[in-house]
Ligand binder design. Structure first.
Ligand code: 2AM
Length: 171
């Protein structure tokens, strides 16, 4: 199963982000825009993982001690290959949590990609910009991160479907 661990966002924030993605469509007339229900902030990407390792993943999550913290969804950016995203600022709390979780997973033998962590929410893939259209001014959005979730990712009838398997509360 293909797994990743992410901070889920409240439905109201997901709806506001979906609205902001709608406002970007003129500047990015081509692209596969994510479904609003799928917005999340990835902390660790495990990729293809045997089911027998699930308990090690959840144990790694549960050993991370964290307090709820504020997240701000801000600027729009792109990665090469057409990933369109909004940056997420979670300050030192987010950095600390991501490092704790990575260390807990690596300590249980998981191999994670060591590319630098750039907290973001993916709005679209294969997005192509129309340079004549200026980017709209998108107001920042804030919310509280109070848990992290282990998701299984499946492609069903061409759609990415994320199923929550385990949640660890921050308290
Ligand atoms: P992305 O949105 O930037 O593609 C589910 O696929 C989640 O895991 C997405 O948030 C995705 O980030 C992330 N992800 C996919 N492949 C990844 C990889 N090789 N390394 C890190 N994160 C990855």
């Amino acid at each position: 199963m293909r797994l990743f661990i992410a901070v889920e966002l409240p439905a109201s924030v997901r709806a506001a982000i979906a609205q902001s993605a709608g406002r970007l469509r003129e500047a990015f007339p081509r692209g596969r825009f994510s479904r609003g229900e799928n917005y999340h902030l990835t902390l660790a990407f495990l990729g293809e993982t045997p089911e027998a390792r699930l308990s090690d993943v959840t144990a790694a999550m549960d050993c991370c001690r964290a307090q709820p913290f504020a997240l701000t969804v801000g600027a729009v950016g792109t990665f090469p290959g057409g990933v369109l995203w909004r940056a997420v600022d979670g300050g030192d709390d987010l950095t600390r949590l991501q490092r704790l979780l990575t260390a807990a997973l690596c300590g249980r033998g998981f191999r994670l990609e060591q590319r630098g962590y750039k907290p973001h929410l993916t709005l679209a893939r294969e997005a192509v910009r129309d340079p004549r259209v200026p980017l709209p001014d998108l107001p920042p959005l804030t919310c509280t991160a109070d848990h992290m979730t282990l998701f299984r990712s499946d492609r069903i009838d061409g759609k990415l479907v994320y199923t929550p398997l385990h949640r660890t509360k921050f308290a």
